[in-house]
Design a protein around this ligand. Sequence first.
Ligand SMILES: [Zn+2]
Length: 271
Amino acid sequence: MRRRLWAGVLAAAVLLTGCAQSVDPIERLGKKAAQRVRPHEPAGERPYARWGLAAPLPPAPKPPARSAAGGADAGRGGLPPVVDHVPTRDKVVFLTYDDGSERDPRFVDMVRELRLPVSMFLTDSVVGPGYGHFARLRSVGATIQNHTLDHPSLRGLPYAGQRAEICGQQDKLRSRFGLRPRLFRPPYGTYDATTLRAAADCGIAAVVLWRASTENGALVFGDGERRLRPGDIVSVASGEATGPTLRERTTRLLREIQGRGLTVGRLEDYL
Ligand SMILES: [Zn+2]
C-alpha cells in the first residue's frame, strides 16, 4: 500500500498529540527529530509530525496470500485457531482496540491521516447508540470485528449462552455495517472449548487474543520476549478513566513500533 501525504489537511490546526504539558524526553526528542526532517516542509504536509511522530510510518509490506498465512486455516477439527500473534517475518505488528467506549472524533482523524489499519473489536452494550463513530472509522480504513453483545466472561458458560453472545453480535454488526466479521475476541481473553465451537458455528475464522497490551501508556507482554516482534498482536487498552488519551496511547505505541523498525499491518490480511 502506497503512502501519500495529505497536503494542506488541517494546515491551520496543527496539534501535536499530548505535547501541551508533556515533559517526556522521548517526546521532545521526537519533536526535534521531526523538525530536522524536511525543515522546509510545512507541518500541514507532515501528518506524522502532527500526531507526534518523528518520521512517517513505513508502508506495510504486501501481505501474504491468505492460503500462505496459515492462521485462519490452522484450527483443528473445524474450530477456529486462537492466536496472540501471527507467524510472519514481515516487519509488522497489528493494532487492536476493544469494546468501543472511546469515541474521540480526533482519533478518526489520526487513523485517516496516518492511514492506520486498526481493528476495532466491538461490544454492542458498550457501543450503544455510538455505532456512527465506528462507521466513520471504517470509512477511513479501520475494520470492525466481534467482541460479544454484553462483554461477559465466556469461559464456563453453556453453549447456548456463548453462541447467543457471539452470533448475536455478528447479527448486530451485519445489520449496522452490512458485514460479517471473521474475527472474534473473547472479553478478558477468557474462553474454553465451548467458545471455539460457538464461534465456529457463528462463522468466526479466528479467535484473536494479544501478546502485548498497553497499560498506563506502557507496553506489557505475555509470554516470550519483552519487546515487540514481527507479527505481534497488540491490544491498546480502552476506557481508562485517567492517564493518557487513546490518541496519546496510540502515539506512544507507534513510537515504540518505529523504534523497533516495525510498522503497522492489517490483521485481516494475515488471518
Ligand atoms: Zn473488552
